[in-house]
Design a binder for this molecule. Structure first.
Ligand SMILES: Cc1ncc(COP(=O)(O)O)c(C=O)c1O
Length: 414
């Protein structure tokens, strides 16, 4: 197991003060901090190698192109995918829209069914709503139970009773931290509907769990670099190789063509080029690859084990605060199904007020609906407080959180 104390030295931002207090950063579900190994490689790229890719007949162009391809190989190896299976995009949101525009628009017909769930992030809900409107599709949702898990009995019925064309689901819920049994669900969908495609939103799973895309029953898997120690503005859609030839580019222009005439164009046969219109974010890709290398050095199995330590400690410690109600999975026997985040309500105090008081103590958390309005509406939560973890968080930081919550009590429950 890695040493948290020593890896914290890699993250410069963790050493700054916030309101004169040491920073306790528990907003990793929104975005993670970056180690100097990522920051330095991006700076090094601009200081030593910057040039456009695939265009130069000069050394810098060659170096940049090499770094671009090497980074793609590192990132896809991290996810157990083939290099050509990565479509580079800006973030998970764009990756999910890419599935809509590059695959679903061509292959889904009026009256067909998309199965989603009630706990999706808006990024994995709104693009499907819009597609359903445009193409007159039926959009169904697997309900969530009071304990924050998908209702698998209802899921089975929905799969049995409907002609599912696409199943979309988050691997890990950003609000509740619930790890959905996506492999099992994907297999059930495919057993009944062999032509159906499975789209997984991996935004909150990629930072915490080992992923092996090639061994999975998933057709598409969407991720953001910035939640897994990498830079902002870059992410990926992993798409199974056999599907790539059925997908059409939806961004057109330079870099992705084969031949262009005044009235028509043909597109690159190379799948890496075909979906990369315009100049790619090479520095971002290099930074993302460095983040994958960093996590691989720690070992994703150990990253997942350590996340469990933090999840269990957070649930236990929050349970000692009378005013706090943790939502989602809390049963210790089931906590292994909770990943990366613990979310709570504070009796009688709005989440935003809780967040502001915690901030005054140096503790950064996320408050609001976390882009899951339907989930909040279902349970009647006006807003919740979410603490979410990365490898550099410590159990001692959770004690700071609990002490900071006492200030909420002092101010509001005098
Ligand atoms: C589960 C989930 N899906 C999608 C997204 C969207 O990610 P991005 O903003 O990087 O596109 C997020 C971001 O919080 C998320 O948590």
């Amino acid at each position: 197991m890695f040493s948290v104390a020593s890896l914290r030295q890699d993250f410069p931002i963790l050493h700054r003060l916030v309101h004169d207090k040491p920073l306790v950063y528990l907003d990793n579900g929104a975005t993670s901090q970056k180690p100097r190994q990522v920051i330095d490689v991006i700076s090094q790229y601009y200081q030593q190698h910057n040039a456009n890719v695939h265009r130069g007949v000069h050394l810098l162009g060659d170096e940049s192109t090499q770094l671009f391809h090497q980074s793609r190989r590192t990132i896809t190896a991290f996810f157990g995918a083939k290099p050509e299976e990565l479509i580079v995009v800006r973030n998970t949101t764009e990756a999910l829209n890419q599935v809509v525009y590059s695959w679903a628009e061509q292959h889904i017909q009026e009256g067909q069914v998309i199965l989603a769930t009630e706990l999706e992030h808006h990024s994995n809900l709104v693009p499907w709503q819009e597609l359903a409107k445009r193409k007159k599709l039926k959009l169904l949702h697997v309900p969530i139970t009071q304990h924050g898990q998908l209702d698998l009995e209802v899921f089975k019925r929905l799969v049995h009773d409907n002609d599912i064309s696409i199943f979309v689901c988050s691997h890990v819920s950003n609000t509740l931290g619930t790890k959905n049994p996506v492999e099992q669900m994907a297999e059930q969908v495919k057993a009944k509907h062999p032509a159906a495609k499975v789209v997984i939103d991996g935004a909150q799973a990629a930072p915490h769990l080992p992923i092996n895309f090639n061994d999975s029953p998933f057709d598409f898997y969407a991720v953001s670099a910035h939640k897994m120690l990498g830079p902002m503005g870059i992410g990926g859609l992993l798409a199974k190789k056999e599907l790539l030839s059925q997908m059409s580019p939806f961004l057109f222009g330079g870099g992705m063509i084969n031949e262009v005439r005044l009235d028509e164009a043909s597109f690159a046969d190379d799948m890496e080029d075909r979906f990369t219109a315009g100049t790619p974010d090479v520095a971002g890709l290099v930074g993302w690859a460095a983040a994958c290398e960093y996590l691989s050095r720690l070992g994703m199995k150990d990253v997942a084990v350590y996340d469990q330590v933090l999840v269990r400690a957070a649930v236990e410690k929050l349970d000692t605060v009378d005013e706090v109600e943790v939502v989602g999975i809390t049963d210790p026997a089931q906590l292994s199904e909770r990943v990366g985040a613990v979310t709570f309500l504070y009796k009688g105090v709005h989440a935003h007020d809780v967040g502001q008081i915690l901030d005054s103590e140096g503790v950064a958390v996320r408050t609001g609906h976390h882009c899951t309005m339907p989930l909040h509406r279902k349970f009647g939560w006006p807003a919740t407080v979410r603490v979410s973890f990365q490898v550099y968080n410590t159990v001692e930081e959770l004690d700071v959180l609990i002490t900071a919550l006492e200030k909420v009590k002092r101010i509001f429950h005098k």
